[in-house]
Design a protein around this ligand. Sequence first.
Ligand SMILES: Cc1ncc(COP(=O)(O)O)c(C=O)c1O
Length: 270
Amino acid sequence: MLNSDQIRAHFPALASGAIFFDNPGGTQVAQETVQYMERYLYSHNANHGGRFHTSRASDAAIAEARLAVADFLNAARPEEIVFGQNMTSLTLHISRSLARTLKAGDEIVVTRLDHDANIAPWLLIAEDRGCTVRWIDINPEDCTLNMQEMEAAITPRTKIVAVGYASNAVGTVNDVKRAVQLAHQVGALCYIDAVQYAPHKPIDVKELDCDFLACSAYKFFGPHTGILYGKYEQLDQLTAYKVRPASNYPPTSLRRALKALNPSPASWVQ
Ligand SMILES: Cc1ncc(COP(=O)(O)O)c(C=O)c1O
């Protein structure tokens, strides 16, 4: 049985006696998360890719976080994990890269059950590239997605299908695996918003076979960070929307970064 007192002890915010019902605003942060961030900021705050100790420590921390998230999402490799400000920023960012692969007449499928973070970026690129947007409605009687409509809307013209795993408004859990299958049947990509699903149920991106999946660590006791899973070949193929000195490749040199530091960042938390 879960020992709730023991669990509560990990969250100093709860010691005040306050009761938090503000899930969309994010969860309270666990003590270990704060300790880790404090240790990083006080001792290892440095630029990426340097040969000096704090830079290597910094790279090792990022590498270890990628490994942890790859494990959390069951990604095939840690290079498939990208961190960003939040899910919205990551989705806007990756949508800019995907926009470059689209042409007028291509189609993008979005749903009326999704959070705007998984709608607006696709509407914007559709407008920029002259693409048609196909909307999937909900079944009003039970707030599920109309999957028949999705089947009909996905055609050989479809290039991107954007769908939420769990609704922030009504809690519906969608059959995203089916959405991925429908998208792949016509050669389209499937982008899954798992922000509200990730805190509740295990995610297996290999099993889903999705191309992209985004969630937010601050919804499950972590720092205010967004997480993007991208299938390696997709991240590798896309032209990054970036400043010139930044790499165009998926995150690399993880093993080197981890080897460079002993003890590993996991030991930072006492
Ligand atoms: C389903 C869903 N998607 C996306 C977002 C946006 O996430 P973020 O705040 O990380 O941009 C939210 C925020 O609550 C959400 O509930």
